[in-house]
Design a protein around this ligand. Structure first.
Ligand code: MN
Length: 251
């Protein structure tokens, strides 16, 4: 078994090291990750300059680019054979609801799916790494379950793990994405030259955290596993849109 492991927090992140350690007994794991923290990089590719790939003392490859760059370069330029699975994480903080659209953690996994390789993104709820080893243990269990029972249909799984001791984690739940309120307002400041600067504000709180969502499962102490798809087509709007076109002057 071959696993390609990446993240968006950068190759020096404790979450990456912990996940690597936990996955090593399961497979041959190659690690390639961004040099810098690229959280919220989404699916961006670097097209206007070349990318350097260097190897750190612990064997991890690091790229002066994005999570998507990292996985892309490995899949199209470095690996002789396709890995069996692309894994991303463990992210420093949750990726639920609309977070998945901004997330570089999910994006690294998405890049695997783009090339027909199943992928799993792991995120630890909260940012203090308090129970990282416990989360890595759960992540390895999920990967082991996946390798033993492969899923058809080019799966992209988004996993959020509550930040609590292993023994206090409840069973895995299959979930759908919840929804957030829009982000909080920017934080406005003034730079030393008297010009306005803005920090993007924190993500909004949960708006749909109803039963069945990732938000709900995690709040109850469950590990939330949400299957994602890349097709953004709004299927339910297609009939209304056809009608809208029919009513128009170009019909
Ligand atoms: Mn991150």
């Amino acid at each position: 078994m071959k696993i390609l492991l990446s993240n968006d927090d950068g190759y020096q992140s404790p979450g990456l090291a912990a996940l690597h350690e936990a996955l090593r007994p399961l497979a041959d794991v190659m690690v390639i990750a961004p040099e810098q923290n690229c959280s919220a990089a989404s699916n961006s590719l670097t097209l206007w300059r070349p990318l350097s790939v260097l190897r750190s003392g612990n064997g991890f490859y690091y790229v002066n680019g994005t999570p998507t760059d990292s996985v892309h370069v490995a899949l199209t330029g470095m690996l002789d054979a396709k890995p069996d699975l692309v894994v991303s994480g463990i992210n420093n903080g949750e990726n639920m609801g609309e977070d998945t659209l901004y997330s570089g953690t999910v994006a690294a996994a998405t890049e695997g799916v783009m090339f027909g390789i199943p992928a799993i993104a792991f995120s630890l709820v909260d940012k203090d790494w308090a129970h990282l080893a416990d989360a890595a243990r759960v992540a390895a269990e999920i990967v082991a379950h996946f390798l033993a029972h492969p899923l058809a249909g080019n799966p992209l799984l988004n996993v959020n793990i509550p930040n609590r001791p292993y023994d206090e984690l409840h069973e895995w739940r299959i979930t759908r994405l919840g929804k957030r309120h829009p982000s909080q307002p920017v934080v406005a400041q003034t730079n030393p030259r008297g010009e306005p600067i803005y920090w993007i504000g924190p993500a909004g709180g949960a708006r749909d955290a109803s039963e069945g969502t990732d938000f709900h499962a995690v709040s109850q102490g469950h590990v939330a596993i949400t299957p994602l798809q890349l097709d953004l087509t709004h299927q339910a709007m297609l009939p209304a849109l056809r009608e809208w076109l029919g009513a128009g002057h170009r019909a």
